[in-house]
Write a protein that binds this ligand. Structure first.
Ligand code: SAM
Length: 301
């Protein structure tokens, strides 16, 4: 399955639209274009003088967004690049300042369903997890080549799983017999370490969720990339321009919160969301992927 047919519902879209009003000639950067859901909504409010600069590290996302956004009146430029390069890439297009930067972190539904991405513990796929296929190290490389202590540390640091040592021990024991090559194998190993979902103790999430999150963050350098983008944003935003970040776990949210607070202290930003905006029950019922989303927005002073 390549995931192309899977529709991705944009998260917190109504709340975002309530907060951000773009003029028809605005320049917007969608740092994570994905399937173009958010950009399509904002793009409809832009005229021919307006522009969307969309970034994605995943070539397939770029293709999906291209076909979805082709009917818009505004100019759409899609850039196959990491958002850590946001300033360089925007300047390359001859643009100095932008009115809006949107960052919707996490994974698209199509990517979760795509066997080539190797992200899902609910299906058996090659254990890859690279959004950007130009990266050299896959999740399988990490799982098979990292020593037990470093693996436990990684699962603890990026997955916040208190059972990280036990999971790492089970992985190392398994790989003495066989190489771990698929998501199904890894999910099975974690379940053996922690107990099957629904058994023994009541589990709110699948036992492998945190380990998979940790590996995805490590493979894609996610926190470092986010830090780079947050550091570049103030210079790129025009006066009164907005930045909006939707995060899906506390490690990301902590970085966003800290960056906005520091910038507010230095009179660079005015924080609009004193508390992060979270999805309503109705949105979560429509779209379970939204359940852990948090939106923070700030305005450049
Ligand atoms: C949750 S999806 C975005 C969905 C989009 N807002 C929509 O409504 O369709 C996140 C996207 O960001 C991309 N991505 C993740 N990290 C990235 C990075 N550092 N730079 C650029 N794109 C990235 C992923 O490949 C994925 O396509």
């Amino acid at each position: 399955m390549n995931g192309s047919a899977v529709e991705h519902i944009p998260v917190l879209a109504e709340m975002l639209a309530e907060q951000i009003n773009l003029l028809p000639d605005a320049v917007m950067v969608d740092a994570t274009i994905g399937q173009g859901g958010h950009s399509l909504l904002f793009g409809k409010t832009l005229g021919p003088e307006g522009m969307i600069l969309g970034f994605d590290v995943d070539k397939k996302s770029i293709r999906r967004a291209q076909s979805r956004l082709k009917g818009l009146a505004c100019k759409v430029i899609l850039i196959h690049s990491n958002f850590s390069q946001i300033s360089e890439q925007v300047h390359k297009q001859g643009i100095e300042r932008v009115d809006f930067i949107l960052v919707d972190l996490g994974v698209c539904s199509a990517q979760l369903a795509d066997a080539e991405m190797g992200l899902s513990f609910l299906a058996d796929m090659p254990l890859d997890m690279r959004f950007d296929k130009r990266l050299k190290t896959t999740a399988a490389d990490i799982v098979n080549k990292t020593d037990e202590k470093s693996l436990a540390d990684l699962i603890y640091k990026f997955g916040q799983d208190r059972a990280s040592r036990r999971i790492a021990r089970f992985i190392v024991e398994y790989r003495q017999r066989r190489t771990v090559t698929t998501t199904g194998q890894l999910a099975m190993i974690v379940c053996k370490a922690l107990g099957q979902p629904g058994r023994k103790r009541k589990m709110r999430i699948h036992p492998a969720t945190r380990t998979f999150q940790a590996l995805r963050i490590a493979v894609n350098n996610e926190l470092e990339n986010l830090e780079k983008l947050l550091a570049s944003a103030p210079k790129l935003l025009d006066k009164n321009g907005h930045i909006a970040v939707i995060s899906f776990h506390s490690l990301e949210d902590r970085l966003v919160k800290g960056n906005f607070k520091q910038n507010e202290k230095e009179d660079v930003y005015r924080i609009i969301t004193k508390k992060p905006i979270v999805p309503s029950r109705a949105e979560i019922a429509r779209n379970r992927r939204a359940r852990s989303a948090k939106l923070r927005t700030a305005q450049k002073q």
